[in-house]
Design a protein around this ligand. Structure first.
Ligand code: FE2
Length: 299
């Protein structure tokens, strides 16, 4: 399918406005496309500092603790526990192809990680400072949040050679509120290109229904229920090739994907997912925080 509608033919992209003060045109473009690219939102220096801090945390991580989880016969449930309990912790998730046939890491530890999550923004001072700025608060305000809360943070490694493909999905599938309020704030910490598996979006497709919902059953198992099996219009996908320092804001309904990274370059990124405190957060969502760690906003 092709379209003559200019709204659907490109991802709206602007130089980041001073103070995060999105213009009405930027807000309109975000509403129409479901995604907005803001170039040079953070300095490359700030990107480097966050990457350095992430690598310090990686240094302290012992992958053998995760390998033992992966090697158990009851792999799925144990994997789920390690994941499900990570909402208020800092945990590490390996790439699917991290281990070779002898059970050894194929590359350096850093280059075998898929992601780190999901509460660096509340547990680590460097991540906290990066995640909570007046500029981000202003962007959230201008796109319509009344009482934004940062639900989760993820550091995406997308390592060279083995960085896995992420198939087309909507983040509201996993971060569901009633009414839906999830918005992703995605920061490129390194240049992202088609070669190293950049994000890709289908502009305007955030107006399609929520196609899947992930939730925890009473027995603790996570399931993903299909609500609408209509295929995504992936022929309209557009690559968000962006430089380090770019912020990509996208609606929780906005379908997005990324190809595998088979290149020799990593593609580090940092994502915040934000919900509105006024919306109901279901108890069956996978991410549940302990009572001692209430959600906080951008300040
Ligand atoms: Fe996503």
């Amino acid at each position: 399918m092709t379209t003559d509608d200019p709204v659907l033919a490109a991802i709206p992209a602007y130089d980041a406005p001073s103070g995060g003060r999105l213009t009405p045109a930027m807000v309109d473009a975000y509403r129409a496309a479901g995604v907005l690219v803001l170039r040079s939102f953070v300095s490359t220096n700030a990107c480097d500092e966050l990457r350095d801090r992430a690598l310090e945390l990686v240094d302290a991580f012992d992958p053998s603790t995760v390998r033992s989880v992966f090697s158990t016969t009851d792999q799925e449930q144990l994997d789920d526990d390690y994941f499900i309990e990570s909402g208020d912790k800092i945990r590490f998730f390996l790439e699917h192809d991290a281990f070779d046939e002898h059970g050894e890491l194929r590359q350096s530890k850093e280059h075998c990680l898929n992601k780190m999550g999901h509460a660096m923004h509340d547990l680590d001072p460097v991540f906290d400072a990066f995640s909570r700025t007046p500029e981000l608060a202003e962007v959230a305000n201008r796109i319509g949040f009344d009482d934004p809360k940062i639900l989760q943070s993820m550091y995406i490694f997308k390592p060279p050679n083995i960085g896995g493909e992420v198939v087309c999905h909507q983040d509201s599938t996993y971060i569901y509120t009633e009414p839906e309020s999830c918005v992703g704030f995605w920061f490129a910490l390194e240049d992202a290109t088609l070669e190293n598996g950049c994000m890709q979006f289908i502009p305007g497709a955030h107006k399609l229904p929520l196609k899947k919902r992930n939730y925890r059953k009473p027995d603790g198992k996570l399931v993903t229920e299909t609500l609408d099996d209509t295929p995504w219009p992936e022929d309209r996908k557009i690559a968000a090739e962006v430089e380090a320092g770019t912020l990509v804001v996208f609606d929780g309904r906005a379908p997005h994907l990324s190809a595998a990274n088979r290149s020799p370059k990593s593609r580090h990124a940092y994502t915040l997912h934000v919900i509105d405190a006024a919306c109901h957060y279901p108890a069956e969502n996978w991410l549940q925080r302990s009572e001692g760690m209430p959600l906080r906003g951008f300040v």
